[in-house]
Design a protein around this ligand. Structure first.
Ligand code: COA
Length: 150
């Protein structure tokens, strides 16, 4: 498997991006403004992440997804490590990520990759998504914000 930058003009792996974010409008917006990286195996995109500069010195990991058939094999961890390395090499001082209160596996992944919790945006998903979201029987209401100094 290799991870490479997505180049403008290539088809964006929308199905993958929508695994992480049910809003096609949000996805379209940050893909056009951020940098997209793709994990490829045998010429197929099996993973993706998007980095978006948000404030001076700060970049956010706004989307990360691994094809369902390939989950649980360490690819998500490799993508997060790659994103951290990219952010460092570009001179950012902080990398941030946000996830739902119900995204237990994602909260585990980010903390295993060095992120610490910094805050909670209460009712973020209630305000911004028209449909209710449930994961593992938990309603996804609040955005848990995490960050890491680089
Ligand atoms: N409790 C504890 N640890 C957990 C866990 C849980 N419930 N769920 C996952 N983890 C751990 C794994 O054990 C692994 O750590 P380890 O290597 O120390 O065992 C780590 O989190 C991630 O495993 P990995 O195989 O690298 O992840 P992945 O390739 O399956 O990718 C996602 C992770 C989140 C990218 C993938 O599941 C995905 O695409 N999900 C759908 C999209 C999504 O939700 N994106 C994030 C939006 S915030």
């Amino acid at each position: 498997m290799k991870i490479r930058k997505w180049s403008a003009g290539e088809a964006v792996p929308r199905d993958l991006l929508l695994l992480a974010d049910p809003s096609p409008e949000f996805v379209e917006d940050y893909v056009s403004r951020g940098e997209c990286f793709i994990a490829e195996a045998d010429g197929q995109a099996i993973g993706v992440y998007v980095l978006l500069p948000t404030r001076p010195g700060t970049v956010e990991l706004v989307n990360i997804a691994v094809d369902e058939k390939h989950q649980g094999k360490g690819i998500g961890k490799r993508l997060v490590a790659h994103a951290i390395q990219q952010a460092k090499s570009k001179g950012y001082r902080t990398i941030e990520v946000g996830t739902g209160n119900s995204s237990i596996g994602q909260l585990a992944l980010y903390q295993k990759c060095g992120f610490r919790m910094t805050g909670i945006d209460r009712d973020f998903f209630v305000r911004h998504y028209p449909e209710e979201i449930f994961e593992q029987g938990i309603q996804c209401r609040d955005m848990v914000r995490l960050s890491q100094d680089l």
